[in-house]
Design a protein. Structure first.
Ligand SMILES: [Zn+2]
Length: 618
């Protein structure tokens, strides 16, 4: 009996020991998690370039061969509107061109050019030179009419030659654009136009015109076509919409003009989580309560975040979170927030461990704007008392981030509400030289246009190495405009740049009424389309994407084409560069100096790892 008792007691003792050990192990794991030891263990897949290797887009453009003539007309309304976009499209595609304003200058001879871009809707300024243009193409040149042409005598003179058999009096309202599958990345489906109007000519084409995009479906009114003429080609766009969200359609059309077309791209898919980590709002929210009967806090921790992590696993997404310490409205430099550090650590470390990145959003959500600017009633923000106050508050955020994530490098800034004054930008770059990316937004919204300090950007790099990296699409409900923008940017920059907020699921304006599970379903549909359409698209963090923008800005490819091969020399090559190549005649066989990934039709992604590329053709 006594022996048995000792045995049982021994067993009990061992049991307690095991429990104690397990408990200690859990504590150790938690400690490691919270301390952020793992936080920096992911190497960047692409590093920022050294300062002395930075080449801006303007500098890269100056070394291009000027073999394209761009004709525009500052007195032709469509031409003037389109010119704003085409200036960027051609600069980003590294198309060396001479721009000529027909309202001010005389037309030069087409001799010496290989391509003429006729960015005119009214051909009258060309006059009799329309015939010379046809001769130029017949002799092997290429000409592109990107704008919907006005029906007049000069148009009539050329319409049959560019493939138009018949034209009706009435303009056509394009409700959606159907790019053929082999024409555009992400094509083979219709993209709804958000504000349709009578934009296009109702044309019937001759049989020898090859159509690349139609209105509504593959049989609708032709919107993009190519017509061979003699030894050259005409490319015609009949879309009639020239805003920033349409750039990629014109990039794709441009790439039809030559036997092989190559242009540099960024090749990045980024997902920003604005206001994350941040204080979780307390209490309940209407739609969360309705669908999940739980608090906002529990929804964030137990539903939203696990779902976001599942997206990361399923598609390989790397999140870039933008930390904000407080939602107070102090603008005098006092910063007395007492954030819930446990939440910051948990969310921050989980994000970092998934290969993500953390950047700055602000001590609070008050944009870096001083009293020389006025919000004109568009926003409920204050302006900062002075620069010293901005600095005091921003230093508090930096100390907070450093103390929680000591091994993590913070190099990226996203302005609250995408508002940033010139003074605020200058202040940031001067005071915090470790900030190398300012990430605003691609599309102006109405209020920002009125305020003159909306942080609307192009993908570009300053001479000081700081990258402007706009975010393009957002939220979980990709409406018609955003869907059009996303296909457009895939084709111009080979980019997906998306941001969302944890509180999107609470906000009826951002789709909350549909419920989180429907928002999630739609987002999944977008991601599935994106990654199926764009093989080779790289999932990058914000800073990795900036490194890609630096390389994109610097490089310019030169190509020599012969019957069986092409040789590409890349100027300002650093260590790697990304290009889209369209093969219009012969397809590629083997490649040296890089890797080709087939996307669709004759479109390939070229990842160059040397500055000289040789492609043998089939
Ligand atoms: Zn924010």
């Amino acid at each position: 009996m006594g022996k048995l008792k000792i045995c049982i007691e021994g067993f009990r003792f061992k049991g307690i020991l095991v429990i104690l050990l397990v408990f200690l192990l859990i504590s150790a794991i938690l400690l490691v998690e919270l301390s952020g030891i793992h936080a920096n263990r992911y190497e960047r897949s692409l590093e920022l370039m050294p300062q002395d290797k930075i080449v801006t887009k303007e500098e890269a453009a100056s070394s291009l061969e000027m073999d394209t003539l761009l004709l525009h007309n500052s007195e032709d309304q469509s031409s003037a509107i389109a010119y704003e976009q085409f200036d960027v499209i051609l600069e980003d595609m590294k198309v060396g061109h001479i721009a000529l304003d027909m309202a001010k200058e005389n037309l030069p001879s087409f001799e010496g050019f290989s391509c003429v871009i006729v960015l005119l809707s009214d051909l009258t300024p060309l006059g009799q030179n329309v015939a010379d243009l046809c001769d130029f193409v017949y002799g092997g040149g290429s000409a592109w009419f990107p704008l919907v042409l006005e029906s007049n005598v000069y148009f009539s003179a050329i319409s049959q030659i560019i493939g138009i058999d018949d034209i009706s009096q009435d303009y056509y309202t394009v409700n959606s654009i159907y790019p053929h599958e082999d024409f555009m990345i992400g094509g083979g489906r219709a993209f709804a136009v958000s504000d349709p109007f009578e934009s296009s000519l109702t044309v019937v084409l001759s049989d020898d015109a090859k159509v690349y995009a139609n209105a509504e479906d593959p049989y609708g009114v032709p919107l993009v076509w190519k017509k061979e003429y003699g030894s050259g080609v005409f490319v015609v766009d009949n879309i009639g919409m020239y805003d920033k969200a349409m750039r990629g359609f014109y990039a794709a059309s441009y790439s039809l003009l030559s036997d092989v077309c190559i242009y540099p791209v960024i090749n990045a898919s980024t997902f920003y989580l604005d206001d994350f980590p941040s204080q979780i709002p307390s209490g309940n929210s209407e739609y969360i309560q309705r669908d999940y009967h739980t608090t906002i806090r529990d929804f964030y921790i137990n539903i939203w975040w696990p779902d976001m992590m599942n997206f990361a696993d399923k598609y390989g997404l790397k999140y870039t979170g933008l930390a904000i310490e407080s939602y107070d409205d102090h603008v005098d430099g006092t910063a007395d927030a007492t954030p819930d550090t446990g939440t910051f650590l948990n969310f921050g470390n989980m994000l970092l461990r998934k290969g993500g990145e953390l950047g700055y959003h602000g001590y609070n959500h008050q944009p870096l704007v001083l009293s020389n600017k006025d919000y004109k009633g568009h926003y409920d923000y204050k302006t900062w008392q002075n620069e010293k106050a901005m600095k005091l508050a921003f230093d508090v955020l930096i100390d907070f981030c450093d103390s929680l994530f000591p091994d993590t490098e913070f190099t990226l800034y996203v302005p609250p509400s995408n508002l940033l004054s010139d003074e605020g930008r200058e202040f940031l770059i001067r005071e915090y030289p470790h900030i190398k990316t300012i990430s605003g937004i691609y599309f102006d919204d109405v209020a920002d246009a009125e305020l003159d300090f909306g942080c609307t950007q192009e993908f570009s790099v300053d001479k000081n190495g700081v990258v402007d990296q706009p975010r393009v699409v957002y939220g979980f409900i990709m409406d018609d405009f955003l869907t059009m923008a996303s296909v457009s940017e895939l084709n111009l920059h080979f980019v997906n740049s998306h941001f969302t907020h944890p509180d999107d699921a609470l906000d009826s304006e951002r789709g909350a009424e549909l419920g989180w599970s429907e928002m999630k379903r739609r987002f999944d549909g977008y991601l599935s389309w994106l990654y199926n359409s764009a093989p080779g698209l790289r999932n990058l963090t914000g800073t990795e994407a900036s490194a890609a923008v630096q390389r994109f800005a610097a490089v310019s490819p030169r190509m020599e084409y012969s019957e069986n091969e092409i040789n590409i020399t890349i100027d300002n090559f650093f260590d790697e560069a990304q290009f889209i190549v369209r093969f219009n005649k012969k397809l590629p066989d083997t490649v040296e100096g890089g890797k080709l990934t087939h996307i669709t039709g004759g479109l390939y992604l070229l990842s160059a790892n040397e500055n000289i590329i040789n492609i043998k053709l089939k």
